[in-house]
Design a protein around this ligand. Structure first.
Ligand SMILES: [Cu+2]
Length: 496
């Protein structure tokens, strides 16, 4: 039956008002939570303990949600570290299930990468010595326990690592943590009527990945607000959603983008909108001398809903939410008074003629598979992980898919069937040669470890691997929609 839109609106005015009321109740502005920061840049005395544990956390609904945290009730600390250090971690797992911690974005050997082969059994401690060799950049760390990654990251097993180097420490940029330098972890969550965190996988969620109804920043439901001094303000932003692509803009003025996944851009890029896939990081500068107030606006997809809720959603929002996610209110204190830099770093022009090997990766979903039924019979959320493939094969932890020679420059060409997927490669940063059949946006032309590709298109990256990943500790390449990764859209490669 087709519903006549006008009659439908008249007939359901009361329920529309009720729904609007419900969303208003959720939109009270909260203070921006500042994630606890461990500054290790001046050294550390002992091994660095990270404890993964079950906890409870109030996202702002007034109810306690069952969560996981890393030295914290939800998410982990922000680790501020420096190039040249070797970080001796003791990662202890007390979440009640097996887990791992993968260092996303780090140029490190396979045996300390924290992928599915470095399982941390319940009660065990994993003690990798992690060398920080790369330039300043925003990396992160999260669970990579195959088949459980999506649910463990959703519940909170993720944290941020801010790598500094001599250039970044002396750069003329805001760098006072929690004052003019903020780390923002953006996620989307769904809550039950009682206000508890909800992760229910419907067939749609398994196909598209889990999409949450509410935007959450550093563990608090948006909108959030922060008072800042009169000056430049730096926002280091991570899209840590399981599956949602986010579009960012400012209420006033453009975004000044200074860094991407792997470090500073060659020069500041001004853009009206910034499109971020799950797993991507960008740093931006906001000039709070020009305005008393500015807002970071985030547009994100909403989950498909059935019944009356779904119909209302379609009528009211076209399936997207636009959130004035973070309000910056200026006070009278004088802050960082420098200008937005033009030149940031010396970036070479990527030269594809240096590539000696080209590899192709086609990401596919078995759209006919009964994913909900698979989930019901399996001991994880995707049955036997066999509904999604790369090059026709679902992830198999006992199969090496590609063997790469250390130091070779390669072109990796990624294509997909009919859905937009974000592709991540471990152990490296790469340069994007083309994204979705086109030149990438200027803000994506620096060092990256994420590239996305939409239906019937392809993307190409230029990549080189400089560290060892043997057959018993291979690197992963995978879709960063975590439900797709868990369902098999992942492969393994060695570097020797
Ligand atoms: Cu995917």
């Amino acid at each position: 039956m087709r519903i006549n839109r006008r009659n439908f609106l008249i007939g359901t005015a009361a329920s529309c008002a009720a729904l609007a009321g419900a969303s208003t109740a959720q939109s009270a502005t909260r203070p921006l939570p500042i994630l606890p920061m461990s500054d290790l840049t001046n050294g550390f005395e002992d091994r660095i303990a990270l404890k993964l544990a079950a906890s409870s956390h109030d996202f702002g609904t007034g109810a306690a949600s069952s969560t996981f945290g890393i030295n914290n009730s939800y998410l982990g600390p922000v680790l501020r570290v420096k190039q040249g250090q070797t970080l001796p971690f003791d990662v202890t797992n007390q979440i009640g299930d097996f887990s791992t911690i993968h260092w996303h974005g780090l140029h490190i050997p396979g045996d300390v990468d924290g992928g599915p082969h470095q399982l941390i059994q319940l009660g065990a401690t994993w003690s990798p010595d992690v060398p920080i060799v790369q330039r300043a950049s925003m990396s992160w760390f999260h669970s990579h326990a195959h088949g459980k990654t999506a649910q463990q990251v959703y519940k909170g097993l993720a944290g941020v690592m801010l790598i500094e180097d001599d250039a970044s420490l002396s750069a003329d940029l805001p760098k006072t943590y929690g004052v003019d330098d903020f780390t923002l972890v953006l996620q989307d969550k769904t809550f039950t009527d009682a206000g508890a965190l909800d992760y229910t996988l419907t067939e749609t969620a398994l196909e598209d990945g889990f999409m949450g109804e509410a935007l959450v920043i550093n563990g608090a439901i948006a909108p959030v607000a922060q008072t800042v001094p009169k000056g430049l303000v730096r926002l280091r932003i991570l899209n840590a959603c399981n599956a949602n692509f986010l579009t960012l803009s400012m209420a006033t003025g453009p975004l000044n983008v200074i860094a991407s996944d792997g470090g500073f851009l060659g020069a500041t890029v001004q853009t009206d909108t910034l499109f971020m896939s799950p797993g991507e990081r960008y740093e931006i500068l906001v000039d709070m001398r020009q305005v008393d107030i500015n807002q970071l606006i985030v547009t994100h997809g909403l989950p498909e809903l059935g019944g009356i809720k779904g119909i209302m959603r379609e009528l009211l929002s076209d399936g997207e939410a636009v959130v004035a996610a973070l309000t910056l209110n200026r006070n009278d204190k004088v802050g960082f008074d420098g200008s937005v830099p033009n030149t940031l770093a010396n970036l070479s022009v990527p030269d594809p003629s240096k590539a000696t090997v080209t590899r192709s990766f086609e990401l596919e979903q078995e759209t006919g598979a009964d994913l909900a039924a698979l989930a019901a019979v399996g001991d994880n959320y995707c049955g036997d992980h066999s509904a999604m493939f790369i090059n026709g094969k679902p992830m198999d932890i006992d199969r090496i898919d590609e063997t790469v020679r250390k130091g070779d420059t390669e072109i990796w060409r990624i294509s997909v069937d009919d859905f937009r997927h974000p592709f991540h490669v471990h152990g490296c940063s790469f340069r994007i040669l083309s994204q979705e059949n086109a030149e990438p946006p200027a803000y994506a032309q620096g060092w990256k470890d994420m590239v996305h590709v939409d239906g019937n298109q392809w993307s190409e990256v230029l990549v080189r691997f400089d560290y060892d990943a043997p057959a018993d500790a291979p690197y992963m390449y995978h879709c960063h929609i975590l439900e797709h990764e868990d369902c098999g859209m992942m492969g393994q490669f060695t570097v020797t």
